[in-house]
Design a protein around this ligand. Sequence first.
Ligand code: AGP
Length: 613
Amino acid sequence: MCGIVGYIGPRDATPIILNGLKRLEYRGYDSAGLAVLQDGVIEVRRNAGKLARLVSLVEQSPVSGQVGIGHTRWATHGEPSTRNAHPHVGETGEVVVVHNGIVENFLELRDELSAEGVNFSSETDTEVIVQLLDRYLGAGCNLVEAAGNTLAVLKGAHGIVMFSSREPDKIVAARIGNAGGVVIGKGEGEMFVASDIPAILEHTRQMIFLESGQMAVVMRETVDVQELNGTRVDYEVHTVSWDPVSAEKGEYRHFMEKEIHEQVRSLTDTIAGRVDFDKMSIRLGQLNLTPELAKRVQKMVIIACGTAANAGGVGKVLIERIARLPVEVDIASEFRYRDPIVDEQTVVLAISQSGETADTLAAMAEARQKGAVLWSIVNAIGSQAMRIADGYISMQTGPEIGVASTKAYTAPLVDLYMLAVHLADMREILNDKSRRQLIADLRLIPDLVGRCLDREGQVKDVAYALKDVAHCLYLGRGINMPTAYEGALKLKEISYIHAEGYPAGEMKHGPIALIDEDMPVVVIAPRDPWYEKMLSQVEQAKARGGIVIAVATDGDDRIANIADHVLWVPETPWLLGPVTTIIPLQLLAYHIAALRGLDVDQPRNLAKSVTVE
Ligand code: AGP
């Protein structure tokens, strides 16, 4: 949700924090601020609106120091405004915090503190944290003790970073539950703290990831990690392979545009190291799958949110078809509260780009508690969903910055395909001929996606025709039913057009009533086992006067003769069809939003990682 950056070292913290926040703005962007220890005094600069406003405020009223913290906000409690922006300072002015998450018991804590005479200057839940810290410091605690006492009374999930003018040699960071990650970057004689790797990647690749219930005392030369009760814990320093340039836009106007065009590389990378095209075999080392487990598992439940859930929908068809294992796909926010029927013979597979989505992490905890085997497909290295799983598959797409997920949708489609073949192999239900064919088809994917991207010009023309519509219906069937949901989600979240994905077979049971000359209907109809059925859908929509945009396989004259617009995709093995059919729909949503002059990378009311319920 929110973005956090901190620095302690010999350099001026201000530019380091502002640059880091720039790289995190995709996490939350309705207000921003920073605090720096300047000549022993905590100086705060903060502003409502985009980070750029904070940058100009700091230019007008400069501040510098060797210890500092900063924040970009996605408001939950208290409207987006300067007084509600972080950092928040205690009444004494001697301690300051930035926070990610929600203090669920902030009203009662606020009442208690107000009764003791504390004056609050904001409407935020976060301010109770700093006023509590102030009180404990006033009672003689040092910063680490004050932090421990404060964290002990907070309810909810939190990522918190703080420092005090009383102890200028340290920053204290803490993580409780699933409110987004807290990562510490180890430098030479300096240290960095952030809520996400891209913020500090230009300074170091040596990262320490805080677990839930841990606090870190970060000094220039040392990092001390401890449980909230003060017990020291050992920690691992991970070397992150992402290069800092991958967190840059390069020659593209938007990160989303760049990430759509990165898919040839990201799909090549997600296959790399997992497929041996000589031996025609698949290896998913980090999944820890054994033939014994593969045969013992009776069902799989895929849990995820948003785009990741749509990828799960394709995974269901792949794993049921190839590995003959029954698969349920469950929205994580529903799974976690429904007392689902899972046990030791169930594998629960979580899919998450950020690996920090609160609903998905809570659903994983529910599955763990019920004894299920826990797997995850994750993009963000070192994230919680990767660390708490029994086995995982990393998407290997590099950082995804644009809020609308694209390359982290197609990569898990290929990961799920590889998982299905690997599972079927381990369950000994795949004959050699089929396995070789399935693996050979995988080699085609990067090139086929490249050919889809080469047709961007055609998509732009269709985008131009649709840029002013108010509604749009997406229809798909079988393995491309989730493609309809994903296409609609992409258009919804960045163009603000009311778009709905729907199982095509359901159309005559209701939504066909929506179709008239003002309702564009995007029909995903490549040559696959559901083609004939989809063709009749195209005819039905056309018969009701709908504007039909068809995603079709090259050379398909039957569709070309009926549809108003065709988004062509190259012939693709049908089990991998959703990897190519989504490309023109990603481009369509992108160009419509860009033509409408909207902020494609930071669409309103959204954030890249949803770390609160
Ligand atoms: C997709 O474009 C959205 N950003 C959103 O639906 C996202 O897929 C969802 O919040 C899940 O995020 P995750 O993959 O990081 O868990």
